[in-house]
Design a binder for this molecule. Structure first.
Ligand SMILES: [Ca+2]
Ligand SMILES: [Ca+2]
Ligand SMILES: [Ca+2]
Length: 421
């Protein structure tokens, strides 16, 4: 009997055959009507053994010690008196079988619903591997997580799921800017639901957004407020239908450290915390900043004072990458923007690839207000100009830079702008 139950997928905790009281060798021992009612009240049918036949007892009436049973001869309900006879067959024993209640399918542990998509969210998870999996259901609410599979709006319902399958499906339409709470539930063929709700396992949120996600950044060579030459990193614009406050960023600047050095990383308000790692020998400066209260675009992120230490004949490329931008709620923004690069050559104020008398002229014109700093052949490259003569703390553009170039051009100074002995 136990083996049969187990062969049907049940786990048996207790099973025994016993004479009923009065039928065994000791008239004081045996299974009683009261024992029978205890089993029935616990939800466990009892097999009723009569001479030459077995029947299933499923109920009782204490008045007259009547038991309700079914036999294998028909589909009808029958009764007999406890310890009496049934069709002339004497009731002599019982078989008690206590089964472990069937368990629901395993909890889904990798449920993920995407954020930041326009009017939709992508749901993904792996079905439980239980072979008796009968249904997988996803429900959603807007104020809190669903409490069980009947709570909330059903957004996915598969009544013939494949155990262990990876599911990836889109839920749409959603309203942008609202937080949606999702949970995935499953049921087995015993009709047992796993109604556990565990964010991080089978529950997750989605925040869809409009029209994200492009942002434009800039890296401008120029002077900081104290006339230091270098590069200013900024976000010009965030393209999205919802207002976005920039919360934090990560950036890196790559260059040839034997030609260019970064002297400092200066955070720009409202970016109030951050860190930097300036590795000039490796030609890599990494930095990040956080604006606790958030910052709308356009906004400056940081200023990097720079100094060229190479020869007037050496060129190097410096490229800036914004590797991460996150909004004030912690959601990543946008697609990675392209890197921005500049060519650097010490003394080449006009940025035309050669250091000659035109560069002295450009710097002189800038100093009297006839020419602007900036990018392009009619502008003055701030770092190329300021780094000719190194100054205290950081490099500024002044008449000494003009003089040093002129002296280099007539051979008094070498290509590092050092006096020739
Ligand atoms: Ca999510
Ligand atoms: Ca030039
Ligand atoms: Ca200078």
């Amino acid at each position: 009997m136990r083996l049969f139950a187990e062969s049907r997928g049940y786990t048996v905790t207790t099973n025994f055959n016993q004479y009923i009281k009065g039928q065994g060798s000791n008239p004081n021992l045996g299974f009683t009507f009261s024992d029978f009612t205890t089993e029935i009240d616990a939800g466990r049918p009892v097999l009723i053994q009569v001479s030459g036949h077995t029947m299933l007892g499923y109920g009782y009436n204490t008045e007259g010690s009547i038991i309700y049973l079914r036999n294998t001869w028909d589909y009808n309900a029958h009764t007999m008196t406890w310890g009496g006879t049934y069709s002339a067959m004497q009731h002599y024993g019982v078989t008690v079988l206590e089964l472990v209640p069937p368990t629901p399918p395993a909890l889904i542990s990798d449920f993920d619903v995407s954020d930041m998509e326009d009017s939709q969210a992508t749901m993904s998870w792996t079905n439980p591997s239980d072979t008796d999996l009968a249904q997988v259901l996803v429900t959603r609410k807007t104020d809190s997580y669903p409490s069980d599979h009947t709570d909330g709006t059903t957004v996915y319902d598969d009544t013939s799921p494949t155990p262990g399958a990876s599911i990836n499906t889109v839920n749409t339409p959603l309203t942008n800017g609202i937080t949606y709470y999702y949970a995935v539930f499953s049921r087995n063929t015993d009709n047992l639901w796993n109604d556990t709700v565990q964010p991080g396992s089978n529950a997750d949120t989605a925040i869809p957004r409009t029209g994200l996600t492009t942002y434009y950044h800039d890296f401008d060579l120029g002077l900081d407020t104290d006339d230091c030459a270098g590069g200013n990193v900024s976000i010009l614009e965030v393209q999205t239908g919802d207002p976005v406050l920039i919360g934090s960023y990560e950036a890196e600047f790559n260059y040839n450290g034997s030609i260019l050095n970064v002297l400092d990383v200066r955070l720009k308000p409202p970016f109030d915390t951050g860190s930097s790692d300036i590795d000039n020998p490796a030609g890599l400066t990494q930095f990040n900043g956080t604006a606790t209260a958030g910052a709308p675009a356009p906004v400056d992120l940081a200023f990097l004072p720079m100094r060229l230490v190479g020869c007037a004949l050496d060129q190097c490329q410096g490229t800036l990458n914004l590797t991460s931008i996150v909004d004030v709620d912690g959601n990543p923004l946008g697609i990675s923007p392209p890197e921005i690069g500049y060519s650097f050559q010490r003394g080449d104020a006009r940025a035309d690839g050669i250091v000659n008398v035109a560069d002295t002229l450009f710097i002189a014109q800038y100093l009297v207000g006839l020419r602007d700093l900036g990018d392009g052949l009619d502008k003055v490259h701030a770092v190329n100009a300021a780094s000719v003569k190194h100054d205290n703390g950081c490099d500024e553009i002044d008449i000494a830079d003009v003089l040093f170039i002129a002296q280099h051009l007539v051979g008094i100074r070498d290509c590092y702008f050092e006096m020739v002995p």
